[in-house]
Design a protein around this ligand. Structure first.
Ligand code: ADP
Ligand code: MG
Length: 275
């Protein structure tokens, strides 16, 4: 017998692709905040995200009427037609993140657009309660508790809180480097991990990587055909044997690309000692 999967089961199956770990939840939530034009993003983590992941922003907010739509699969405010797919200017567009995350956690979303009418929606095990009036926080706050509590096989694959936190720190750092015009605050178990305010990319690199870096940076700015390359590379004091501190962004998305890693390596090869 071939049968349609229930909506909740569809979400749980999709969740397998979207939510792999607390760090991927943090990634999705930060992308939503950036897409909403937030200039201020705060990430609060408890127990490496096993217990709590909370992202709060001062972006456009979600209206009370749209709140229930935000957690439905394939519901998005970012694209509408096939053509939109060819000129995407947001980080998200698939409308899958909130529905997936909600199906494998206890989620609550509080949002307000600054006009005084805030609202809150709580979702348990993929089923949403009623939208409740709430304080207008001038942005959105998404709280995830007990990630994977209802998918024990996935929960088993969570690494220790320490390891999961390290992955989260890396994710937030990547967005911090990609968006120096945004303030990022990361708090884990009541401890400030970092707090960086709107600044130049050069200062952001110092604050998120190492305070000695900026004096060893060479600015690059190249335009070639359809492409513009900008950013910084290290001088010979910053040569490393591994590409772990290469941060590449394509249209502001963090990417890993071996060809680009290789190109940087090749350019330095004749200048540095073998090995
Ligand atoms: P996508 O980002 O691909 O559109 P999501 O499931 O991540 O899909 O989010 C669904 C919708 O909820 C978004 O299209 C957006 O309209 C709204 N939304 C989610 N997070 C926020 C936020 N932090 N601020 C404003 N709107 C948001
Ligand atoms: Mg999204």
């Amino acid at each position: 017998m071939i049968k349609a999967l229930s909506e909740d089961l569809r979400n749980k199956v999709s969740a397998g692709e979207v939510v792999e770990s607390p760090a991927s939840v943090v990634k999705e939530l930060i992308e939503n905040s950036l897409d909403a034009g937030a200039k201020d993003i705060e990430v609060i983590i408890e127990k490496g995200g096993h217990q709590t992941i909370q992202v709060r922003d001062n972006g456009d907010g979600i209206s009370a009427e749209e709140l229930p739509l935000s957690i439905l699969r394939f519901h998005t405010s970012k694209i509408q037609t096939l053509n939109d797919l060819f000129s995407i200017d947001t980080l998200g567009f698939r409308g899958e993140a909130l529905s997936s995350i909600a199906s494998v956690s206890e989620m609550s979303i509080m949002s307000g657009d600054g006009d005084g009418g805030g609202a809150e929606l709580k979702i348990n095990n993929g089923s949403a309660g009623e939208v409740q009036p709430a304080a207008d926080i001038g942005g959105t706050e998404v709280t995830i508790r007990n990630l994977f509590y209802n998918t024990p096989a996935r929960k088993k694959f969570l690494k220790t809180p320490r390891t999961e936190l390290r992955k989260i720190v890396n994710v937030v750092r990547c967005y911090g480097l990609g968006f120096p015009e945004v303030t990022f605050k990361l708090i884990a178990d009541n401890r400030d991990i970092f707090h960086v305010s709107i600044e130049s990319l050069r200062d952001r690199i110092d604050n998120l990587l190492d305070p000695t870096y900026s004096r060893n940076l060479l600015e690059i700015s190249i335009e070639k055909g359809d492409f513009i390359f900008s950013g910084f590379i290290g001088n010979l004091n910053l040569v490393r044997s591994r590409p772990g501190e290469q941060y590449l962004f394509l249209n502001r998305r963090f990417i890993k690309d071996r060809l680009m890693n290789r190109a940087v390596y090749n350019a330095f090869e004749s200048l540095i000692k073998r090995g």
